[in-house]
Write a protein that binds this ligand. Structure first.
Ligand code: PPS
Length: 580
């Protein structure tokens, strides 16, 4: 309840225990040992175990005035009173270093400094100047941190963005836990009370029921970082945090406590397990992010469209036809998954965006070149739509649909030819009809076979993250029998130029039994043996079973297509007639 005089009464919050970790960066400023210890003691009366966490950049040791150098020594004379974390040796921004080895070298210098001065090196926490390299991720920093310091925790104000502050979250990358850091309003220039931006009243307001107060109240953990200059001069650090703790104590029933960084991070992700997985965004969509992202990296190596599958609907044929177009460029092949990158659906996503972008060339003309990738498992993936929407929100999405029964059968044949043991062991009928008591390998195979055919469910999921104008649904039957018309539709949908004449570039290869690329002298380039396989037709019992299995899904699909103003493919019309 908010009262006129900015007094706030908080009810119902009884057992919140927000630990507070306050960090400072030690550089060449006078180390106000006394001021720090005094503040620490005062805060300990309000916050259980309160301990300052001091950052050090060893290069600046003893490079100040006589008084400053004396301050450094005083502080180092009390190493045991505080916790410590490595900043960067020379306060450099890690994203400016492209080589992991040069980052490692710099970190080793800082570590040597710590060892020489008895500074503990095992806290597992580190902070990068200006958040550089933490988010957007500079993977070289993460690797160097692990190698030199065995870093397990860091923090940043930049994930997913600086503002709005209340949306800041944590994530885990390469086993390093990144905690959200809050903003305390004290910066290098806020040294004197009277000169506080907007006047000292602003600082008092923030402490007494304003922004700073709410930051502590609304975040179960608050990590603040400010500069040692705020503990010298007018001692704004002392003033701010002691008054803040007092105010929280007086007006709420919150109990504040501090934990060492590793414990704090474990607690954080116990409280917010859903935050463990990061959501990568385009670093160039936020100016602050672009500024702390390596200049050697470009945001142009991201796809403009995705072919999402599902598997066995003709996605490879579409891929082949697309790359015939002079302005359409695919990813380079992956050693493990061939033409498919499979980034958004599985664990490759955790390798980060540098890994993903390395699959794409730098386009020679950003506005006319169309980078794309097709990964047929994206279609039914729970994670892919959200992840794709965060990184490439403007991307267009192409899906192909054939009769889900045919798709399931083709998929089963594909598994058999890849010598999947369960597929070799069980007949198609056994796979599709397996009940809840069937062996687990059979149930697992059944799920993989049938679930991608729940078309409406999967398309709806994509449409929660992408507008309908960005989605193209291709009739796979038409792609098979009349690819040139489909490719005209695709070109129009993408807005790609120049117009490419697929009627001339494709030809039906009677030997293959499919449409193929026409090469010089009448030769053709067709897809390999694994596409357009020869296998016996599906028997009527299986077809009847699948027709009934997919009935409701197909009805839902017809409603969805109707809503989207799209025509129903002929197989769907036939299936719907069976329903009547
Ligand atoms: N032009 C052309 N050439 C070859 N094959 C074609 C073509 N157009 C469509 N199809 C059908 O594509 C089916 C394979 O689908 P996918 O490429 O999506 O399969 S995969 O998911 O990438 O494994 C493949 O399925 P199967 O017939 O079961 O092999 C084909 O029916």
């Amino acid at each position: 309840m908010l009262r006129g005089n900015k007094k706030i009464y908080i009810y119902n919050i009884i057992h919140l225990l927000p630990p507070v970790l306050i960090c400072l960066a030690l550089s060449r400023y006078v180390a106000r040992k006394r001021a720090l210890l005094d503040t620490q003691n005062l805060l300990r009366a309000q916050i259980t175990n309160f301990t300052f966490n001091l950052g050090f950049s060893g290069k600046f040791y003893h490079t100040g005035t006589e008084e400053e150098d004396e301050g450094d020594d005083l502080l180092l004379g009390s190493v045991d009173e505080f916790w410590w974390f490595p900043h960067m040796w020379s306060h450099m921004q890690p994203h400016l270093f492209h080589n992991e080895s040069s980052l490692v070298e710099q970190m080793i210098l800082n570590k040597k400094f710590a060892l020489e001065h008895g500074i503990p090196t095992d806290m597992g926490y580190a902070v990068a100047p200006h958040h550089s390299g933490v988010y957007p991720v500079h993977v070289q920093l993460y690797e160097a941190w692990k190698k030199v310091w065995n870093i397990k925790i860091t923090s940043t104000e930049e994930y997913p963005h600086l503002k709005p502050a209340r949306y800041r979250r944590g994530f885990i990358h390469k086993n390093i836990m990144v905690l959200p850091r809050q903003t305390c309003g004290l910066f290098t220039h806020t040294i004197f009370y009277k000169e506080y931006p907007g006047g000292p009243k602003e600082l008092d307001k923030s402490i007494q029921g304003g922004e700073l107060f709410f930051t502590v109240v609304l975040n179960p953990m608050s990590i603040f970082m400010t500069h040692l200059s705020n503990y010298g001069n007018d001692r704004l650090g002392l003033y701010t945090f002691v008054n803040l703790a007092n105010f929280v104590q007086s007006w709420t029933n919150l109990k504040l406590q501090t934990l060492p960084p590793v414990q704090l991070a474990h607690k954080y992700f116990e409280l917010f397990p859903e935050q463990k997985d990061p959501l990568w965004q385009n670093p160039c969509d936020d100016k602050r992010h672009r500024d702390i992202w390596s200049k050697e990296k470009t945001c142009d190596r991201l796809p403009k469209f995705l072919v999402i599958g599902p598997q066995k609907t003709g996605t490879t044929a579409l891929y082949l036809f697309l790359i015939m177009h002079p302005s359409i460029i695919s990813n380079s092949p992956s050693p493990k998954t061939f033409e498919e990158v499979q980034f958004f659906n599985r664990n490759n996503y955790h390798r980060g965006i540098d890994w993903y972008m390395d699959f794409f060339p730098v386009p020679s003309n950003v506005s006319t070149d169309f980078l794309f990738e097709k990964s047929a498992n994206y279609f039914h993936s729970e994670e892919a739509p959200k992840r794709a929407a965060f990184l490439i929100p403007k991307a267009k999405i192409i899906t192909i649909l054939i009769d889900p029964s045919d798709r399931a059968y083709s998929w089963y044949q594909h598994q058999r030819s890849h010598e999947d043991l369960a597929a070799l062991k069980f007949s198609f009928y056994q796979v599709i009809t397996a009940g809840p008591r069937a062996p687990s390998e059979l149930r697992a195979l059944q799920k993989r076979c049938l679930v991608p055919g729940w078309y409406a469910t999967h398309i709806e999921r994509w449409l929660t993250y992408f507008p309908t104008s960005q989605l193209l649904i291709i009739d796979g039957q038409q792609l098979r029998t009349d690819p040139a018309t489909v490719m005209d539709e695709v070109q129009k949908f993408l807005g790609v130029s120049p117009h490419y004449n697929y009627s001339e570039a494709l030809t039906f290869d009677s030997h293959k039994g499919f449409w193929c690329q026409l090469l010089e002298e009448g030769k053709t380039k067709c897809l390999g043996k694994s596409k357009g396989r020869k296998y016996p037709p599906m028997d009527s019992e299986c077809r009847a079973f699948l027709s009934s299995y997919y009935r409701d899904h197909n009805v839902e699909l017809s409603k969805l297509l109707h809503k989207l103003g799209q025509p129903l493919p002929s197989w769907l019309r036939q299936e719907l007639q069976k329903v009547r």
